[in-house]
Ligand binder design. Structure first.
Ligand code: FDA
Length: 393
């Protein structure tokens, strides 16, 4: 197909869905991708089972410099629309937790479904194709390692920077800039946090231990599990809060989310005056967690609680309910699930994903400055933004 109506760069979640939806509306569509396989991120997502949407998707689950931008697309192609497609292909799935829908069997089912939709409507996918140059003279001229294509419409669906080993590149941002768009500074999101050397030593033995906590930073607040790792902290609570954490600032962790720690300590001091602080804390946390936290916060664990000064007790309570942790950084794009920031949405139509600056140019999926929470929200954005563009192409 030398000159399709629509050329899409990126055969990921957004590109494949857009291709099928545009072809369904009678457009000739060609998708090019440098990878050997389409939908690589889908295949490894959700631990191989793809958390493909969330029952409770709403604009509140997204970060963007313009929080209103995602509303129109999300309301015109909802989680229920994508679930109807999944049902049509008889793909078995289940709700794991918090509205997160996962395939029962394999993420391959979702990729097969998207490829089947492309085939059904005649959209072509060409892999192992490097994009070498893009220019515009009444039409887009896209020079690739497999030849040059001309198309009236060009859709940028090449994602963000997370997981370079899966084929992520900055091409989407470079093309956006080439056509006059600005890029909201990018950084890794939904990513484990790393600790400074001394803290790493305190928690080194806890790798694999998980605790229910709340984490807050900026406008973010999440109540989920935190996991200690060899490098620092991970688990859903930490991945979620990483997207709200301004590097260099602190994250507030509550290790006793259901309890006022001071009230509890004061009450137990009356009830068990002979008990040592460490023993009391072990009624809530495994012994090695208490030991590590004691090192970190210099708690007098061998002291009897009855003998502790009120100030000391208040400090322990503060450390438990409001641990103000300053991470060293994040694990970066190597392990990040998403890229925060991206193509500035003020220069893109929220109805159609079309550039406001350049005729026939569209941006969909993660390349835009719209980032979802953990839990199926990022795929739902890919499906919804792809659908919005397809209606306009
Ligand atoms: P996506 O990254 O899917 O696709 C971009 C495509 O462009 C790729 O095929 C790439 O090869 C291609 N491309 C890039 N540069 C190119 C170039 N220079 N030339 C040609 N082609 C190029 N989300 C969710 O909702 N539920 C989940 O369970 C998960 N799980 C998950 C696990 C892991 C490990 C990661 C890394 C991410 C997730 N996500 C997720 C996030 C989700 O995968 C992501 O938001 C979407 O895939 C974004 O879809 P896009 O189509 O925008 O980009």
């Amino acid at each position: 197909m030398l000159n399709p109506d629509v050329l899409i760069i990126g055969a990921g979640a957004a590109g494949l869905h857009c291709a099928a939806q545009a072809a369904r509306r009678g457009k000739s569509v060609l998708v090019v991708d440098h990878a050997k396989q389409a939908g690589k991120k889908i295949l490894i997502s959700g631990g191989g089972r793809c958390n493909f949407t969330n029952l409770y998707t709403s604009p509140d689950n997204y970060l963007s410099s313009n929080p209103h931008f995602c509303k129109s697309a999300l309301s015109r192609y909802t989680q229920w629309d994508f679930m109807a497609l999944v049902d049509h292909y008889q793909i078995p799935y289940h709700e794991k937790t918090l509205g997160q829908l996962f395939c029962d069997d394999s993420a391959k089912d979702i990729v097969k479904m998207l490829l089947a939709e492309c085939e059904r409507y005649g959209a072509k996918i060409q892999l192992r194709t490097d994009v070498l140059n893009v220019s515009y003279e009444d039409q887009y001229h896209v020079t690739t390692s497999q030849g040059t294509y001309r198309a009236d419409k060009l859709v940028i669906a090449c994602g963000g920077l997370s997981m370079p080993k899966l084929g992520a590149t900055p091409l989407g941002y470079r093309l956006a800039e080439q056509f006059g768009h600005t890029i909201v500074p990018v950084r890794a999101g939904l990513v484990p946090l790393t600790l400074h050397e001394q803290q790493k030593q305190h928690f080194a033995d806890l790798a694999g231990v998980s605790l229910p906590i709340t984490a807050s930073a900026g406008e973010g607040y999440f109540r989920e599990a935190m996991l200690f790792t060899h490098r620092g902290l991970s688990g859903p609570a930490i991945l979620q809060i990483s997207s709200y954490w301004p590097p260099g600032e602190t994250v507030s962790l509550n290790l006793l989310p259901d309890q006022d720690a001071l009230q509890w300590l004061e009450q137990t001091r009356t009830e068990q005056p002979k008990a040592q602080l460490g023993t009391l804390l072990q009624s809530h946390f495994p012994k090695r967690v208490v030991q590590a936290l004691a090192q970190e916060h210099q708690w007098p664990v061998t002291q009897r609680v009855a003998e502790m000064a009120k100030k000391q007790l208040e400090q322990v309570a503060e450390d438990l309910n409001h641990w103000s942790l300053k991470p060293a950084g994040t694990e970066g794009y190597r392990t990040a699930e998403v890229t925060l920031g991206g193509v500035n949405v003020d220069q893109v139509s929220s109805k159609s994903m079309a550039s406001k600056l350049q005729p026939g140019l569209y941006f969909i999926g993660e390349v835009l400055d719209v980032t979802g929470w953990l839990g199926g929200y990022n795929f739902q954005w890919a499906w919804a933004s792809a659908y919005a563009a397809a209606q306009d192409l």
